[in-house]
Write a protein that binds this ligand. Structure first.
Ligand SMILES: [Zn+2]
Length: 284
């Protein structure tokens, strides 16, 4: 499967150690809540400002994202009460997906993710001391107990299960009306990724699967997932939704697919890839 991961921030290259102070030529991405500051217009762009225009307190909290060419890029969290100049607005990352190129989208996603990490790690979880940036890698350190705190990354699996000409789809209890998706869930401690796929399918739908094969991955910054996509074949069992997370589960063929997740997600890419390969008579 040739999947274009839209949140893969490939335009950014990390150069450590990062500077002690915000470089004057840095490019800044502003984040407020879950939103990124954008210059409105017929073709919106992420708003970038330069450090000299920034209050000292915001300069100190800037989070290094990486270099784009020779320009260091940082994310800056802006307080909610800060007035916004004419022509600028905050957009959620999902909204931006339809408005800006993928390269920009990946930077916006990373900026929101790293700001979220910063908010959650300002104090050491073990001793309560304010943390400091590690500078030599993407981490913070506790100056008191020397604990290193890395960004949380939550691996999650998603699987397209095939049976004859159909695929297994599930409807989560919180999904929009009529919307179906693929079996998915987080990997648990003490578990391989493959075991997580078998477990999630069994828990959510009651069936067992075989011929599990890895297809692709995708960073998913909502807030810190890494999606790992698989394909598998039905082995045995009756489809029985768990009734807790999943209210309905069923087999769908290509001509009778339900309402699908938006094209932004790897879920949709898996389904589209399968539907395309079925119509071409190929194995996905
Ligand atoms: Zn500590």
């Amino acid at each position: 499967m040739d999947h274009k991961a839209r949140f893969a921030a490939r335009s950014l290259h990390k150069h450590y150690p990062e500077p002690e102070r915000l470089p004057v030529d840095a490019s800044l991405v502003f984040v407020r809540g879950e939103g990124v500051c954008v210059r409105r217009g017929s073709t919106p762009t992420i708003y970038n400002a330069q450090p000299p225009d920034l209050p000292e307190c915001l300069q100190k909290s800037a989070q290094y994202l990486g270099h784009r060419g020779s320009t260091p890029c940082y994310a800056v969290e802006v307080p909610g009460d800060q007035p916004l100049p004419e022509g600028l607005a905050y957009f959620g990352v999902r909204e931006l997906a339809a408005l800006i190129p993928d390269e920009e989208l990946a930077v916006a996603g990373l900026a929101v993710q790293i700001i979220d990490y910063d908010r959650n790690t300002r104090f050491c979880g073990r001793c309560g001391t304010p943390t400091k940036p590690a500078r030599i890698e993407r981490a913070k350190v506790c100056p008191s107990c020397h604990r290193a705190i890395y960004p949380r990354l939550s691996p999650a699996i998603i699987v397209l299960v095939r049976k004859n000409d159909s695929i297994l789809m599930v409807r989560g209890v919180r999904a929009p009306p009529g919307r179906y998706s693929l079996v998915a869930g987080f990997v648990e401690p003490g578990e391989t990724i493959e075991d997580a796929v078998h477990r999630e399918v069994r828990e959510e739908t009651g069936i067992s699967i075989k011929n599990l094969r890895y297809l692709a991955s995708e960073p998913w910054p909502f807030p810190d997932s890494l999606m790992l996509a698989f394909v598998a074949d039905y082995e045995s069992g009756e489809v029985t939704p768990d009734g807790v997370e999943i209210e309905s589960a069923a087999w769908f063929d290509r001509d009778h697919l339900p309402d699908l997740p938006p094209r932004l997600s790897i879920t949709r890419a898996l389904i589209d890839d399968w539907a395309g390969s079925v119509s071409r008579g190929q194995e996905p």
